[in-house]
Design a protein around this ligand. Structure first.
Ligand code: BDR
Ligand code: CA
Length: 313
């Protein structure tokens, strides 16, 4: 099968960085058409820079990186420096990027690419707030039916929230954008905290990255070490959840994951539960099923895949 064409929409973030590396290391599975940066973990000026640093680390300065929306659709930006550090990519020191940022806005790149490529051939992989995707769909309603599918990291159900008691970060930051995407009619696969909180960066798994003995393996281990400090204190277990690479891993090895087709609605009114992903896991309503909401992961298989692929870079 020809590799799937994908666009990664991202707010790097150490776990976003690993997702980008996994895609770049897997050309037989995915062809990365471009990276669109969005404000999220840190402001846009840093996320677009971090995306370019990651491409350069992987020796892939040819990948076009676009800057997108610098704030959520209707709410002030909430960032997560307490998790990801001041730069968003704290941990191992990396050189400033020399590859250029593309002139075009990320939203224009999304629209132009989806109009240019054959309908049903481009998969979107959003791993930050959904602002760029929702803006593109609002500005060009013809593109949503042309998207092959959306595979996103966001939301939580049984695992509840990591940013508020009810909401996960990516959805909480821009609930209006998430609502638009979940109502778009595009085929959706969702990697919520229910899955990613089982993908933990244990010492053994981090050591496997470090033992690759390559600059990319060393950087990956350094990123894990950095954000583990916050998350293991918060959750009280060894290692931190490696959220975002679950999306790319799903495209490469879907058998590592299991979930259910359910209805998922986004809370956009109550401040108490703003951005909650209300998943009808037990089918107690007749609301239309709009998402494959994942619930489980073979974490050892996932980390084995990551290590094997990152070893190539
Ligand atoms: C999500 O929020 C960000 O901090 C991570 O990069 C991930 O996309 C997890 O809630
Ligand atoms: Ca992210």
């Amino acid at each position: 099968m020809a590799p799937r064409k994908i666009i990664i929409d991202t707010d790097p973030g150490q776990d976003d960085a690993v997702a980008i590396l996994l895609a770049l290391a897997s050309p037989e599975d995915v062809e990365l058409l471009g990276i669109t940066a969005v404000a999220g973990n840190v402001p846009l000026a840093l996320t677009q820079k971090n995306a370019r640093m990651v491409c350069e680390l992987a020796g892939r300065s040819d990948v076009p990186v676009f800057a997108g929306c610098d704030r959520p659709l209707a709410r002030p930006l909430v960032t997560a420096e307490h998790v990801h550090g001041k730069t968003g990519l704290d941990g191992p020191p990396l050189p400033d990027p020399t590859m250029p940022l593309q002139d075009a806005h990320a939203v224009d790149f999304l629209i132009d690419t989806l109009r240019r490529e054959p309908a049903g051939s481009v998969t979107l992989c959003p791993i930050g707030p959904l602002t760029n995707i929702a803006t593109a769909f609002a500005r060009a309603p013809d593109i949503a039916p042309r998207v092959a599918e959306i595979v996103l990291m966001g939301g939580a159900y049984f695992e509840v929230g990591n940013t508020t008691p009810a909401a996960e970060f990516n959805i909480h930051v821009d609930p209006q954008a998430a609502d638009a995407v979940f109502r778009s009619g595009v085929k959706l696969t969702v990697m919520p905290l229910d899955v990613t909180h089982k993908a933990l960066t244990t010492h053994k798994r981090v050591a496997a990255f470090r033992n690759l003995g390559t600059p990319v393996g060393e950087a990956t281990a350094g990123w894990m070490d950095f954000f583990e400090r916050y998350d293991s204190e918060k959750y009280g277990h060894e290692g931190a959840p490696l959220h975002d690479p679950c999306t790319i891993a799903w495209l490469i090895r879907p058998e590592l994951f299991s979930g259910r087709h359910v209805n998922v609605e986004i809370e956009t009114h109550s401040e108490l539960t703003m951005g909650m992903t209300v998943a009808d896991w037990w089918g107690v309503t007749d609301r239309p099923k709009n998402a494959l909401f994942m619930g489980d992961i073979d974490a050892d298989g996932f980390f084995a895949l990551l290590t094997e692929r990152i070893a190539r870079l």
